[in-house]
Write a protein that binds this ligand. Structure first.
Ligand SMILES: [Zn+2]
Ligand SMILES: [Zn+2]
Length: 214
């Protein structure tokens, strides 16, 4: 199944210009099987997620959050939303909190703001790292991220980080089997058995040539 693990909507992320309805419609039109809504420092209310699932029964809709920790953005998936994680002041404390709750996390766009990301992070505490997204599409930064993942034995992950319609359907991972619950999703991600898809990766059409960061 094709899954986009990092998306934002205008419902709960002020920086996004795409509504939840439009995002889910596009995801379906562009052949995704599911996505994870990962708003900035906010979990979706369960009743509103239920409404979306009813409106888009053919799409698997999961929720996580993108948590700001100092200069870093960390995408977190938990079996149950827990806003206490928004208070974590370091990657290490957030990592411990995620592990205690049997969750999964990765740092988003590691080289988007910090070309010296590897100097900022002495001991990377998560199992995965986002290597390409619409907010980190440049081939040199993708290569830096892939090299970082290789050096630290991390799972690389690709996701759109969509804030608009543009990247929906172009960045995703492909899992060998469908997952229907967030617990299954977390287990599948930890297993690491998935393929990466991004326009800048070898073997893909480079629809988004290198460009400045917006
Ligand atoms: Zn971010
Ligand atoms: Zn994001």
């Amino acid at each position: 199944m094709k899954l986009d693990c990092h998306t934002h909507t205008s419902r709960f992320s002020a920086c996004s210009v795409i509504s939840p309805d439009d995002l889910l419609k596009l995801a379906r039109e562009r052949d995704l099987d599911g996505l994870v809504l990962t708003e900035h420092n906010r979990f979706w209310p369960p009743d509103e997620v239920s409404w979306l699932r009813r409106a888009f029964p053919e799409l698997l809709v999961f929720t996580g959050a993108e948590i700001t920790v100092g200069p870093h953005h960390v995408v977190v998936f938990l079996p149950r939303p827990d806003t206490s994680l928004f208070l974590c002041g370091s990657l290490e404390s957030l990592s411990s909190a995620v592990a205690e709750r049997d969750g999964y996390a990765f740092v988003a766009h590691p080289f988007r703001f910090n070309p010296n990301f590897d100097e900022l992070v002495r001991n990377y505490p998560f199992a995965a790292i986002e290597v390409a997204s619409f907010n980190q599409p440049q081939s040199d930064r993708v290569e830096l991220s892939l090299e970082y993942a290789r050096r630290h034995d991390l799972q690389p992950i690709t996701a759109s980080d969509a804030h608009s319609s543009d990247p929906v359907g172009d960045y995703f991972i492909k899992l060998p089997e469908a997952v229907v619950s967030v617990d299954e999703l977390i287990a599948a991600l930890h297993a690491g058995d998935f393929d990466l898809h991004a326009p800048v990766l070898p073997g893909n059409n480079n629809k988004f040539p290198d460009r400045d960061i917006f």
